[in-house]
Design a protein around this ligand. Structure first.
Ligand SMILES: C[C@H](OP(=O)(O)OC[C@@H](O)[C@@H](O)[C@@H](O)Cn1c2nc(=O)[nH]c(=O)c-2cc2ccc(O)cc21)C(=O)N[C@@H](CCC(=O)N[C@@H](CCC(=O)O)C(=O)O)C(=O)O
Length: 142
């Protein structure tokens, strides 16, 4: 019996997720012209599977996932989901693979932060907006 996967309670996020599932690809679905990828994360407390779209930041077969939440003072809830269950699937285009996430800091974080801002410039404004350091996870193929 396959786990049913929960959608975001946020309408605009749910709508983009449903479009990816209906069309079978993340192609053509974007935020301000920047592409997105679809994570399927397991809840840290409930264990439920949850669709979580994020911006696409890819380099050499690995991805960065940026827990920005628009520069809000607190991390997105899904930050805790990745910390608790770091192995999960990522869909990019029509391809879905399993990755293992690790939170990065120092020079590695700086290199990925640069790639993230290049892929989606508003990340720089989000970091200006909050004094929490926006977490960056690197996802390596399993
Ligand atoms: C509102 C809350 O959202 P959140 O997890 O804080 O995440 C907020 C947003 O970051 C999330 O909606 C992202 O998908 C928004 N988002 C991006 N968010 C980002 O932070 N970064 C991005 O790059 C990003 C890109 C993006 C692209 C397209 C799109 O449609 C959305 C995008 C939420 O979904 N809550 C659910 C799930 C809560 C949950 O995960 N519960 C866990 C427990 C977690 C815990 O331990 O506290 C569980 O089930 O166990 C609920 O209340 O039912």
């Amino acid at each position: 019996m396959s786990d049913d996967v929960e959608f975001s309670p946020a309408d605009w996020v749910r709508d983009q997720t449903k479009k990816i599932l209906e069309t079978g690809t993340t192609e053509g679905i974007d935020i301000l012209g920047s592409p997105i990828v679809l994570l399927t994360l397991r809840g840290a407390k409930t264990g439920k599977l949850r669709y979580t779209p994020v911006m696409r930041v890819e380099h050499g077969g690995s991805y960065a996932v940026v827990a920005s939440k628009g520069g809000a003072p607190e991390h997105p809830t899904w930050y805790h989901n990745i910390k608790a269950h770091p192995e999960f699937s990522l869909q990019d285009g029509t391809v879905t693979k399993t990755y293992v996430a690790r939170e990065v800091d120092g020079a590695e974080r700086a290199a990925w932060w640069e790639r993230a801002v290049a892929a989606y410039p508003p990340y720089a404004e989000y970091q200006e907006k909050t004094d929490r350091q926006i977490p960056v996870f690197v996802l390596d193929p399993k």
